[in-house]
Design a protein around this ligand. Structure first.
Ligand code: ADE
Length: 225
């Protein structure tokens, strides 16, 4: 997969993209990144890309032209899925992650400042919000999208099936897990997990998944009905 990021703050990305699973996926050619600064498409000598809103009001808006030009400069932009990150977008979830991994090329457009010219929306296929709160820009949202997509790309996680019991993978939360020691600060690992009885362990895990989901996210179970 290829992911192109359009941003005013390219320096926000390297720490996350050059570490851990994403770094490994890059080294294995599972994913390829390209970061484009739309300030490079400002078209004026001060390199500005924002201006005051028509009709008045506080703050500055990102202009449509530099974003459009940056988008047009991306090779293969016609067939890429173009996503705008914004608090007004569709709420991001694991179902959307599973849709995104089907694309060969995704372009992520990060808004910033107080907003952007409404006409930017005419050039995108999808608008995504990562939650009902406002970030200073779309960069952190873009990184959340990237991280969640990359880990589902075939071969990205060491163990092939380790995402299968993820929270949300089948619209339920994950079961509780334990590792050594058997007892810590008086708290013991449930006996069933030490029993070696795989059938009983699987049954316990299914029950715990359901219990957890009922307790914490009953809305997910409603969705499955
Ligand atoms: N930009 C600012 N806030 C955002 C959010 N919640 N999701 C996506 N992009 C954003």
């Amino acid at each position: 997969m290829r992911i192109t990021i359009l941003t005013l703050f390219p320096d926000m990305f390297p720490a996350i993209l050059n570490d851990s699973i994403i770094k490994r996926a890059k080294e294995s050619n599972i994913i390829e990144f390209e970061i484009i600064n739309f300030r490079d498409f400002s078209g004026n000598k001060h390199n500005t890309v924002d201006d005051t809103p028509y009709g008045g009001g506080a703050g500055m808006l990102l202009q449509v032209e530099p974003i459009y030009k940056a988008l047009m400069s991306v090779s293969g932009h016609e067939s890429a899925l173009k996503i705008l990150l914004s608090p007004q977008g569709k709420q991001y979830n694991q179902t959307i992650v599973k849709e995104l991994i089907e694309y060969n090329h995704i372009i992520l457009i990060c808004g910033h400042y107080e907003g952007f010219d409404e006409r930017v929306r005419d050039y995108v296929d999808m608008e995504i919000s990562i939650g009902d709160y406002v970030l200073t820009g779309g960069e952190i949202a873009a990184l959340a999208v990237i991280d969640s997509v990359v880990r589902l790309l075939p071969g990205a996680l060491g163990s092939k099936s380790s995402y299968l019991h993820d929270s949300f993978y089948e619209d339920s939360l994950d079961y509780p897990q334990y590792t050594k020691p058997r007892e810590f600060d008086g708290k013991k690992v449930p006996d069933v997990l030490l029993s070696g009885n795989h059938k009983e362990i699987a049954k316990w895990r299914e029950e715990m998944k359901l219990k957890r989901t009922e307790e914490r996210r009953p809305d997910l179970l409603d969705k499955n009905e």
